[in-house]
Design a protein around this ligand. Sequence first.
Ligand code: EPZ
Length: 421
Amino acid sequence: MDTLVLERSGPLAGRVQVSGAKNAALPIMAACLLSEEESVIEGVPRVTDVSTMAEILRGLGATVAWQDGRVGIRPGHETGWTAPYELVSQMRASVCVLGPLLAKHGRARVSMPGGCIIGPRPIDLHLKGLQALGAVIAMDHGDIIAQAERLTGTTIHLAGAFGSSVLATGNVMMAATLADGTTVIEPAACEPEVADLADFLIAMGGRISGHGTPRITIEGVLRLHGARHRIIPDRIEAGTLMIAAAMLGGDVAIDGAAAEHLGAVIDTLTQAGAAVEALNGALRVRSDRNLKGVDITTLPFPGFPTDLQAQMTAMMTLSRGVSLVTEKIYPERFMHVPELRRMGASITREGPSAIVKGVEGLSGAPVKATDLRGSAALVLAGLAAENHTVLQGVEHLDRGYEHLEAKLAQMGAVIRRERTI
Ligand code: EPZ
């Protein structure tokens, strides 16, 4: 398993290009199953989760080919209908093939995703939505089996205890594109990745309105065709790089970062004392590293994203005063906290909150990542700490960041990967 060796770095300088959004690419790749024709998706990041989705689609009979930074996906004529445990257990987003398979082939067998390191991640809302469209759902040997002769549009209430669900909205929206009649999803997730999926479905011939708002309306059509689409920029990668610049100090430009997707992050960094400005399709972040504590509460978009909570917590460990972090999406998503403490951070857990008291400095240590965003937080902490830090568990980082260490190094960070054979 690879490790990352991190040395104290900063100030950062220069510019980097943000990749396409992993969390938009995954459901859009699944949506290609809704047509018989080839679709071409541009800007798909080369990350492990994308490779896992490509394996799932191949297992379902599709041809998936990378050509010059684009992915061409052509569903096979003899499309399979089973997404197996070996792949679904590697990545919960595999569940997004459920809606397209059901809508296109009238049946789907998808292994039930198991537990997850970031806490309970049920799929009841996915199933509720598909049942409302007329699917009959059964469980067999740990697999979900969904069947329906025809799906029929209806109004679906899709909120759970923690608000709307991103992938459940996507799954139901994909299924509803080929249903008879009109479907209304309310409250729908408003995340930019859901809106990007809707834009792709529209490019395929789907009739969708209201995406990006809490009420999405889908008028079913008889068939969808292949389409060409460019994935939106990854707001979580952009936010991670912005937090790096604020925390390590410097003056960097993040090309392609979309200010309209990052409002809560820009506001938080500004409150902490960094300067953020949007210019010429980039976000410029300047910081003298002298930051003050801020409070954040993770919420559905446009609130502060849970996928940047760990990285922001890392920044707070070195910010003056006390910061309060409250997780309203995944109350147990704090696996990075014990590792940050090993580096000298002062963090106290209180249920779904963490109280972070800024310290003078962190000290480098061997640390271990156990999840994707937590690993990014440990990279940032390692670059800010005295001495060197060795990060294990880099495979988690590789699930969702395309060349993160190369991008940080391009801005002057001292970071290197040690490959193990
Ligand atoms: C998406 O997961 C993202 N994954 C996650 O990113 C992200 O953390 C999450 O949205 C929240 O923004 C992808 O897009 C591939 P949810 P998703 O359903 O859709 C509860 C990353 O680091 N819920 O919106 O699975 C759930 O437990 C990953 O890139 C139900 O109760 O998340 C949570 O509390 C990690 N029942 C809340 O809803 C359900 O059926 C929101 O989760 C589904 C979800």
